[in-house]
Design a binder for this molecule. Structure first.
Ligand SMILES: [Zn+2]
Length: 155
């Protein structure tokens, strides 16, 4: 990652995000996290932004659904896939130009999913010391893993 003139660039993916965009979208992700908290979930919120449009958003739904895989990122990915279907877009083309904003560092499971979906850039708020998959526990984001998608940049 490079920072130049207030811009953060994901190398490889060709996605540029400005500090202003990060602030705007992270604020929206925080609102999702608050909604999770109000619904007695671990407060994590997530947005997927493609071409300056939110194509997927999610918050933790683990307790509500009694499904331990329903992390905010997984919910957002499902929504983004629906968005692709509704708009007649190819998911692989959309995902490779999508930035994912999430309030907490993606866990190991979600980081692996983000690799497989080939999302180039993830912007997260705080670190996840217990389950973090972008450096805190394991570094799934940048690890050299054969046949497991593509590494992604984190900021
Ligand atoms: Zn997760």
């Amino acid at each position: 990652m490079e920072a130049k003139g207030g811009l953060t660039r994901a190398s490889g993916g060709g996605c540029w995000v400005s500090a202003e965009e990060i602030e705007k979208w992270m604020e929206a992700a925080m609102q999702m996290a608050k909604e999770a908290l109000e619904n007695i979930e671990v407060p994590v919120g997530c947005l997927m932004v493609y071409n300056n449009e939110v194509v997927g958003k999610g918050r933790n739904e683990v307790n509500q659904t009694k499904n331990a895989t329903r992390h905010a990122e997984m919910v957002a990915i499902d929504q983004a896939l629906d968005w692709c279907r509704q708009n007649g877009k190819s998911p692989s083309e959309v995902f490779e130009c999508t930035v994912l904003y999430v309030t907490v560092e993606p866990c190991i499971m979600c980081a692996a999913a983000l690799r497989l979906m080939k999302i180039p850039l993830v912007v997260y708020g705080c670190q996840n010391e217990r389950f973090g998959g972008c450096g805190s526990v394991l570094d799934i984001a940048s690890a050299d893993l054969p046949n497991t998608g593509t590494p992604f940049q984190v900021t």
